[in-house]
Design a protein around this ligand. Sequence first.
Ligand code: HEC
Length: 135
Amino acid sequence: MVSVIEPAAEVYWDAVGVIMDLEGTHEIEPRSDEEWEAVENAAWVLAESGNLLLMEDRAQGREHWIAMSRAMIEVGRRAVDAAVAKDPQAVFDVGAEVYFVCVGCHAAYAAETIRPSDVADSAAEANANRPPGHP
Ligand code: HEC
């Protein structure tokens, strides 16, 4: 989770947005092919992590878990499409859907981590003693 999914999700979520400060409003979006490629790569990691979550020792036949893992693959592929299209609005919109998949699974299996971005800072610490078998 912390080593694979979380960093990729942060790259994807941080790729597009708006920052407001004293100097005004700044649109954030990838500006070069390299920056778009980084977003695309992060999206691939998200899509593929859905496959990792489907591994039997993790899924343990739980229907909801399997549905959430498949949703991760599906939304991850759409995240890739949005990056390939270099469409900032689509990256923003699909990013929200990615977030709902994280939250949907955590609500059932990781109640202490319902909103993953809340724990991003303490995640490195949690990584040290988290249960095995999680990407
Ligand atoms: C199919 C279920 C599932 C999905 C989808 C999922 N998670 Fe998790 N996540 C878990 C479970 C279970 C835990 C707690 C146990 C563990 O970490 O092994 C967890 C824990 C975490 C943690 C806490 C640190 C840790 O390792 O305990 C973070 C951060 C996290 N997830 C981020 C994310 C993000 C970001 C997404 C979406 C991009 C996501 N997760 C999607 C099941 C899921």
